[in-house]
Design a protein around this ligand. Structure first.
Ligand SMILES: C[S@@+](CC[C@H](N)C(=O)[O-])C[C@H]1O[C@@H](n2cnc3c(N)ncnc32)[C@H](O)[C@@H]1O
Length: 196
């Protein structure tokens, strides 16, 4: 799958350079996490590791072997309550309920039906009083370099907000970043608390 190769190669370069800083989305999400955390599409695991350092019990999943190995090595070295597993999340159903479920930069790599099904699964498996943190690329994004043709979904501007209707919105931000060849990436990041 193109997206998985794209990120695996990127992660190898980041590991070689020692680049492990939280990205802006992860920085925004971290203060809202607590308890049992499920991090879907954890990448290099910078957020998962930071949450575990704060005392969360983290399960982290990603398709990238490079990402998952790095997370587990760091967790073992630091003695953290964190386990990462390699999984193709386009064929995955969440098992169990969590205090916090995170999906930063993941759902857009699935076809529309799978992206929406996983969002519904996140909503269903967040415990009452728990938190879901979701970041997606939205319509208006013109950078297509990481997508498999026909195997991606750009959410509409307000889709996340509508899906989390009735939840307390803790954080909501739209961002636009320049990308190669005069293209752009547009994101919506939403952190919401499920009614207790
Ligand atoms: C934009 S990166 C985000 C990584 C991390 N959440 C972060 O904020 O840095 C997207 C991640 O989704 C993962 N991914 C893409 N398609 C996937 C799939 N089908 N199953 C599991 N992970 C996938 C990639 O390996 C990559 O780690």
């Amino acid at each position: 799958m193109k997206s998985i190769h794209f990120f695996d190669a990127q992660f190898q370069q980041q590991i070689a350079k020692g680049e492990f800083a939280l990205n802006p989305f992860e920085q925004a999400v971290l203060p809202h996490l607590s308890g049992g955390v499920l991090d879907l599409g954890c990448g290099l695991g910078n957020l998962a590791i930071a949450a575990a350092r704060l005392g969360c019990a983290v399960t982290a999943l990603d398709a990238s072997r490079t990402g998952v190995d790095r997370v587990n090595e760091a967790a073992n070295k630091l003695g953290l309550g964190l386990a990462a597993y390699q999984a193709d999340l386009s064929h995955y159903a969440i098992d169990g309920d969590y205090d916090s479920i995170v999906a930063i930069g993941l759902l857009m790599f699935f076809p529309q039906d799978k992206a929406r099904a996983m969002l519904a699964d996140i909503i269903a498996h967040t415990k009452p009083g728990g938190v879901a943190a979701v970041n997606v690329l939205i319509e208006g994004t013109t950078f297509m370099g990481m997508f498999e043709p026909g195997h991606y979904y750009l959410f509409d501007d307000n889709e996340l907000t509508k899906e989390f209707e009735g939840w307390e919105i803790l954080y909501s931000q739209h961002d636009k970043f320049s990308a190669p060849e005069n293209s752009v990436k547009k994101f919506h990041t939403l952190v919401a608390k499920k009614p207790a």
